[in-house]
Design a binder for this molecule. Structure first.
Ligand code: NOJ
Length: 731
């Protein structure tokens, strides 16, 4: 018996050791102190060139020089995804004098081998546990292939869908953005890769939504809106940060000492390293703050950029700058210390090299695909449903239209060749599997490619639609229309897709529009003419299976918008958390805050999303009518599912302080909870609301919680109507 117990205990220890080895996190106490001593010892042995090498990040592809790895002149690499190639660079570093392991970075943004919805789509699930799992599997697959650092999560808040990179973030709101940032950080690092909170800071606010453009952000807004998700990511353990491309209030983020050093390291105590963005140090010349690369290197390093991504600027100039006395060697040592610190805390000095034979077995496991399916289901938002979904019994033929329904070239960030990417189920097949045998499902691509720029066989698509009981059109944005460097001023369906949609509607058959986009589009016409709209932000490997689950009613949709959908581009920025004006909108009245030619509200507001069930809210209450500035109250509300199905509701809590020292937003999300309610069930949903979370920053960046009355709104979107009050009193 005793022996068996010992054996069980040993097994448990082994299992714990194995999982502990995989997850990465900041070490604490004696372990952290020991690491500092190892760094001191290593720094003493390093030449200036070897030090600069640790700050040099170069990438796979043309110009990559493995000799730099061997000579200790390169401490970080990126864009390697094939395990055998990673092993080759790891072997090269073992031939270097000090054998300091490489940190190996990759944009594993929403998957590595198994693909999850785009980050904006994950945020749409409003399910932090699920989002964390998606990041976990991404981290795990990437680390099994030898990657140990991801350039994610992007935590930039954006209220501008013209910006192509909205798809990489969590939308428009600081609170949701912070919850998602923390969940993703935890997940990736549990999966074995260090994270990068990016882009520090203000990138989501580039003027006009034009990529790489200038950002002007008032201090109060910087602290209330843009910085919280970074803080949340660091508090969740993010080990690195990436500086943004843009200027922030006139200073390029890559040379912003106030942000990188005074705030990040000084006030927030961040101990990890900061990398530049791709070539952003040399771009300091183009921003007009450096005459040449040497000056750019100097300014970036002294501002607080530790690593030069793909710029060769530190590699070419930093040692000479030190020798000329323009950069103190102490500043270089500090940067190297931060890089080595991350490498030690990551456990790189003790990790074995990647095993290319083992890697494929860890890709696209059943467990990962299950999470991908659930994330795609929960990340899809039903925007409109004129009583057409789920597909009714009387429907005997469905025409699926649109090349995107059959993903031949699914957009993926990385393509880990040789790791056995399995085919993605096409939407028509997924529907056939789920619909009764007597329902016929036909498919016509209509378009040559996912991007929808040109027709393949338009007439065949119209004929198929006309001959069916129900049309499912899968359209949207793909290819070059979304992501980095994909800013748009017109937010309609790209190419010929609007023409296609109108032709499909003209057949007189009910049309369900399934969208896969990277951002909110302007959907005015569609919202009036199609019978249903299901919005997805590219669901990934299991995306079409999830869509089929929703269309057929196997899954009751529960996604909610993380960004407002504008009616017109001219409304942008349109977001739920605006300030009141002195002339509140009175439609038709000239001297009130309205447009002459458009309504003020978005087409679909933040937090919106339909279900096949109807949810009711009643009896909002607080545990006390007032609380001190250091106190908290419990807020509860009864949420009912009045049927006809079981479903999930995202219960959202917003606050407003109607009278304060400065004007406060009309609504601010402060909490949410995704609850499952059976048909006919009512649950009491409780939130803890702390006074400390109800303040705002002033013009100097100081956080102030002001006494006074607050309104608390509870509901299923930012238009939540049920309200209860609480007052904050001076102690
Ligand atoms: C530029 C992007 O801005 C950044 O987010 C990304 O991580 C790097 N390229 C590396 O691919």
């Amino acid at each position: 018996m005793a022996l068996r117990l010992v054996a069980a205990f040993l097994l448990l220890c082994l299992a714990t050791a194995a999982s502990a080895q995989q997850a990465v996190s900041w070490k604490t106490g004696r372990e952290a102190q020991g690491i500092e001593r190892r760094i001191d010892a290593l720094l003493r042995r390093m030449t200036l060139e070897e030090k600069v090498g640790q700050l040099h990040l170069s990438g796979r592809g043309e110009g990559f020089d493995v000799e730099q790895v061997r000579s200790g002149a390169m401490g970080a690499v990126m864009n390697f995804v094939v395990p055998a190639e990673i092993l080759a660079v790891q072997k090269a570093v073992r031939e270097s004098r000090l054998r300091i392991p490489l940190i190996i970075g990759l944009d594993a943004v929403h998957g590595f081998s198994t693909y999850f919805p785009l980050p904006l789509g994950q945020a749409s699930s409003w399910n932090p546990e699920l989002i964390e799992k998606a990041a976990y599997w991404t981290g795990r697959e990437a680390s099994a292939a030898g990657v140990n650092w991801t350039f994610a999560p992007m935590v930039d808040i954006s209220r501008d869908p013209r910006w192509g990179r909205t798809l990489e973030g969590a939308g428009e709101d600081a609170y949701l953005g912070s919850v998602v940032a923390a969940a993703r950080t935890r997940g990736y690092q549990r999966g074995g890769v260090a994270t990068t909170a990016k882009h520090f800071v203000g990138y989501g606010a580039v003027e006009g939504g034009r990529d790489y453009n200038t950002a002007w952000i008032p201090t109060s807004q910087l602290f209330d809106l843009h910085l919280p998700p970074f803080k949340a990511s660091f508090e969740a353990g993010a080990m690195t940060a990436m500086a943004a491309f843009n200027t922030l209030n006139g200073v390029p983020a890559t040379a912003h000492r106030g942000m990188l050093t005074d705030l990040l390291r000084g006030k927030w105590g961040f101990r990890g390293f900061v990398t530049s963005d791709f070539g952003s140090i040399t771009e300091l010349r183009l921003h007009g703050i450096a005459r040449d690369d040497a000056e750019a290197a100097r300014k970036a390093l002294l501002a607080g950029i530790d690593m030069d991504m793909m710029g060769d600027v530190y590699h070419n100039h930093l040692a000479a700058e030190v020798r000329a006395g323009r950069v103190p060697v102490k500043a270089v040592d500090e940067a190297v210390r931060r890089v080595l610190r991350v490498k030690f805390h990551l456990g790189l000095f003790d990790r074995p090299d990647v095993d290319p034979a083992a890697a494929p077995k860890l890709m696209q496991t059943e467990a990962a695909r299950e999470v991908a399916l659930q994330a795609a289901r929960e990340g899809a938002i039903l925007l409109k449903n004129a009583d057409i979904l789920p597909i009714r019994e009387g429907v005997k033929s469905v025409a699926v239209i649109g090349a995107m329904a059959v993903p031949e070239d699914e957009r993926v960030w990385t393509d880990p060749a040789g790791l056995g990417r399995r085919a993605i189920t096409p939407l028509p097949d997924a529907l056939r599997e789920r619909l009764p045998k007597d329902v016929s499902v036909t498919f016509e691509p209509a378009l040559t490619k996912n991007c929808g720029t040109e027709f393949a066989d338009r007439e065949a698509a119209i004929r198929a639609a006309a001959a069916s009981d129900l049309v499912v059109a899968m359209l949207g944005e793909d290819c070059e229309f979304m992501g980095e460097a994909a800013s748009r001023t017109k937010l309609g369906l790209p190419g010929v897709q609007q023409e296609l949609l109108e032709a499909l509607v003209a057949t007189g058959k009910p049309v369900v529009l399934v969208l896969a986009t990277g951002r909110p589009l302007v959907l005015g016409w569609a919202s009036e003419h199609v019978s249903a709209i299901l919005q997805t932000f590219h669901g990934g490997t299991e995306g079409r299976a999830a869509i089929a689950d929703i269309l057929t009613g196997r899954y009751n949709p529960s996604g909610r918008l993380p960004m407002s959908f504008p009616r017109s581009v001219g409304q942008i920025p349109v977001y739920y958390g605006g300030l009141p004006t002195g002339r509140p909108a009175r439609p038709g009245e000239r001297y009130s805050s309205v447009y002459m030619d458009e309504r003020n509200e978005p087409l679909y507001p933040f937090g919106h999303g339909l279900s096949y069930s109807r949810f009711t809210y009643s009896s909002p209450r607080v545990s006390a009518a007032s609380m001190p500035l250091n106190g908290a109250v419990d807020v509860s509300v009864d949420v009912g599912n009045s049927g006809p199905r079981d479903g999930q509701e995202v219960v959202q809590l917003y606050i407003r302080q109607p009278v304060a020292g400065r004007s406060r937003p009309l609504r601010e999300l402060k909490s949410f909870s995704k609850v499952t309610l059976r048909n006919g069930e009512t649950k009491t949903v409780r939130f803890r609301l702390a006074a400390a979370a109800m303040g705002a920053h002033d013009d100097r960046g100081a956080y102030v919680v002001e006494p006074g009355q607050f309104e608390i709104y509870l509901g299923g979107s930012s238009r939540a109507a049920v309200m209860v009050k609480v007052s904050l009193a001076k102690p």
